[in-house]
Design a binder for this molecule. Structure first.
Ligand SMILES: [Fe+2]
Length: 182
């Protein structure tokens, strides 16, 4: 199949660099999508309905992300990973097969995964800017990172609620940036 050369001001090396980062991000989003849906199914306890609904919303957000990653890869002339084996190979996340966890542990693991993804996207943004000359991809990754920051905050808030001490104080390790007198 003949393909037309892509002439958008990026070298082949730069496009391939961005495509590699996009396939890693796509694979991470796909694994997190699977883990989020599994917890949506498995969760029990007093927070059942809250977490069940929240994880359905996060699943929908991640479904859109996966599609956006794949389509951006095509925009740059690449091909997205599209097999379960491929997602596992390209992802920096790990799966937890066989575990049926308590709700708090589910939330904790998802926070860890979102934070891993945020750190990866932050590095990817720097690489797109400094190494691959791809401002569009840096901007795209930034928007994705902000979505993960929002989802991580929502999940983290569950755990932090449990770490308030009996005297009503928040442990200092979590109380960063509280304005004086508040
Ligand atoms: Fe459902």
């Amino acid at each position: 199949m003949a393909t037309r050369a892509i002439n958008i001001g990026l070298s082949d090396r730069e496009r391939e660099g961005s495509i590699g980062l996009l396939n890693m991000a796509l694979s991470n989003a796909y694994l997190l999508l699977i883990k989020t849906k599994k917890y949506h199914w498995d969760v029990v306890g007093p927070q059942f309905m809250t977490l069940h609904k929240l994880w359905e919303e996060h699943y929908q957000t991640l479904s859109l992300s996966v599609d956006e990653y794949a389509e951006r890869i095509r925009m740059l002339g690449g091909y997205p990973v599209g097999t379960a084996a491929g997602f596992l190979a390209y992802s920096t996340l790990t799966e937890d097969p066989g575990d049926i966890l308590g709700a708090t542990e589910m939330v904790t693991r998802l926070v860890d995964d979102h934070e891993e993804i945020i750190r990866g996207l932050r590095s990817a943004i720097d690489a797109c800017t400094d190494e691959f000359h791809d401002a569009g991809n840096a901007d795209f990754f930034t928007a994705q990172m902000e979505q993960h920051e929002s989802m991580a905050w929502m999940l983290r808030s569950f755990i932090e609620g449990e770490s308030v001490q009996s005297n009503g104080q928040i442990p200092s390790s979590t109380a960063v940036g509280i304005p004086a007198g508040v």
